[in-house]
Design a protein around this ligand. Structure first.
Ligand code: AMX
Length: 440
């Protein structure tokens, strides 16, 4: 089997069997308990979701199908064709997340060509609809509207309406999933070009997915292409519990099609405690620069510390720091820092981010509230984009959204292939909890 669809189809029977056996032989085993704290506190740490594509360790960070980010950088095909020579191609990560196998360059090239071909499946009404939206509507709102509007092309929804049997759902889901991957760069680029430029989107399908996306956005710099490859790879997946992935999975469990499921995920990503944090980081740094420029002070460890305390004392969060699961520096932060050291060591904004990193964990530890005082992915992504002239930070979360589609929807394939159930946890009223607490 060498195409993506064939590779996946060949894996489905064994996976189904393994899950059925697990359920039959061990279904009643207890893997955790839930406290009232957890019920009130956003279900932190509650084990209640199956997730194939990646796993997040509090100390070590993310592994995509068992591979750390540095391992992915070593083994996955790159633009030059040689593993380890540059950043992995997004198509390699798509293959890895979906199949759990490291693809060959030929397989990746085949997928690139397939996605370019599928990009013509963007329904004709979507770009005119995007063109009609107000320029001051947030780019994430536009993205969500664009993807929802593209849903008219869903083959899953049509197959369901036509009465396709349940054990075939995944085949139609895969069609939609690959089509979503293929059409979102045009939706995203149209929004960028409309809001900030002339609305014209130019493609170059001789390039890979990320390179072509950069041309569509209007960038033509091989070093920026590499950044986009890295950016799109590391934001794909962060196990199942994060809000965008979980929302996609939840909505998909109602048999809503992949377009509608991921559009819901985008709305979750648009929240400031989640994906929007990357724009908030840039806003925070700009406010800091502005304040100290007015006061005639330079931005250094002392002034950054002062500004951090101002933020905390105003009961606001320091964007880009903290995490619901991680308890160490996010490896997605580290690999972006390494990219910065390699490509822009003297960039002033890069240096500010580095200085923030040198003081913020100490400040947050002293503050004493935060479970994780270290930076997350969003702390770094904006400044790298800024270096290449991509300064429209209100747009940054859209790039995150292009990438997160890959994780959320790769899992959605397996949700349907494994026949996972409608998600429906149990809620309790405060009265029930109080009563329970009295008697236990
Ligand atoms: N600055 C200030 N206070 C913070 C903080 C930060 N960066 N991170 C957490 N806290 C506060 C919380 O608001 C909470 O305060 P409360 O008790 O008054 O409600 C307290 O510390 C304990 O929270 P926690 O257990 O450390 O974090 P959490 O699991 O509840 O939330 C997260 C995790 C990411 C939402 C939080 O750290 C945060 O708001 N960070 C800033 C926003 C951000 O960077 N988000 C991006 C995360 C990555 C992503 O999804 N893209």
């Amino acid at each position: 089997a060498s195409t993506l669809a064939e590779t996946l189809e060949s894996q489905v029977p064994a996976k189904r069997l393994a899950l059925a056996e697990l359920k039959k032989n061990h279904g009643s085993k207890v893997i955790g308990k839930v406290t009232i704290d957890q019920l009130i506190g956003g279900a932190r740490g509650v084990k209640c979701m199956l997730w194939e594509t990646s796993n997040l360790d509090a100390e070590e960070g993310i592994r995509f199908r068992g591979l750390t980010i540095p391992e992915c950088q070593q083994v996955l095909p790159t633009f030059s064709g040689k593993a380890g020579d540059g950043e992995p191609l997004l198509e390699s990560i798509i293959w890895l997340l979906l199949t759990s196998e490291v693809p060959t360059k030929a397989q990746v090239d085949g997928l690139t060509a397939e996605l370019h071909e599928r990009s013509s499946k963007l329904p004709k009404h979507v770009v005119p609809l995007l063109n009609s939206l107000p320029r001051d509507m947030h780019p994430m709102t536009q993205f969500s509207i664009g993807l929802n509007a593209a849903q008219t092309a869903s083959v899953f929804a049509k197959a369901y309406a036509d009465g396709v049997p349940k054990n075939e759902y995944h085949k139609f889901a895969l069609e939609d999933i690959l089509n979503v991957f293929a059409v979102i760069p045009e939706i995203a680029a149209t929004i960028y070009r409309n809001v900030y430029f002339d609305g014209i989107v130019k493609k170059d399908q001789t390039l890979d997915y990320s390179g072509n996306f950069c041309r569509m956005l209007g960038y033509d710099d091989p070093s920026f292409d590499e950044l986009m490859r890295l950016y799109l790879c590391i934001h794909t997946d962060h196990e199942g519990g994060n809000a965008s992935a979980h929302t996609t999975h939840l909505v998909g469990s109602t048999l809503s099609d992949p377009y509608l499921s991921y559009a819901a995920g985008l709305n979750a990503l648009a929240g400031p405690l989640h994906g929007l944090a990357n724009q908030e980081v840039l806003k925070w740094i700009q406010a800091l620069q502005e304040k100290f420029a007015k006061e005639g002070k330079e931005v250094n460890a002392d002034t950054i510390t002062e500004f951090a305390w101002e933020t905390l004392n105003a009961k606001k969060v320091v964007p880009g720091y903290g995490h619901a699961v991680l308890r160490k520096t996010d490896p997605r932060y580290t690999c972006q820092r390494e990219f910065g050291l390699k490509h822009m060591p003297d960039d002033p904004l890069f240096k500010i981010v580095d200085t923030i990193y040198s003081v913020m964990p100490g400040v947050l530890k002293e503050h004493g509230k935060v479970a994780n005082p270290y930076p997350n992915v969003d702390s770094h992504s904006g400044v790298l984009l800024w270096h290449y002239g991509f300064t429209q930070y209100q747009y940054y979360t859209v790039l995150f959204g292009v990438s997160r589609a890959v994780g959320g929807l790769s899992q959605l394939y397996w949700d349907r292939a494994l026949g996972l159930a409608l998600e429906r946890p149990k809620s309790h009223t405060p009265e029930w909890l109080e009563n329970f607490a009295k008697n236990n």
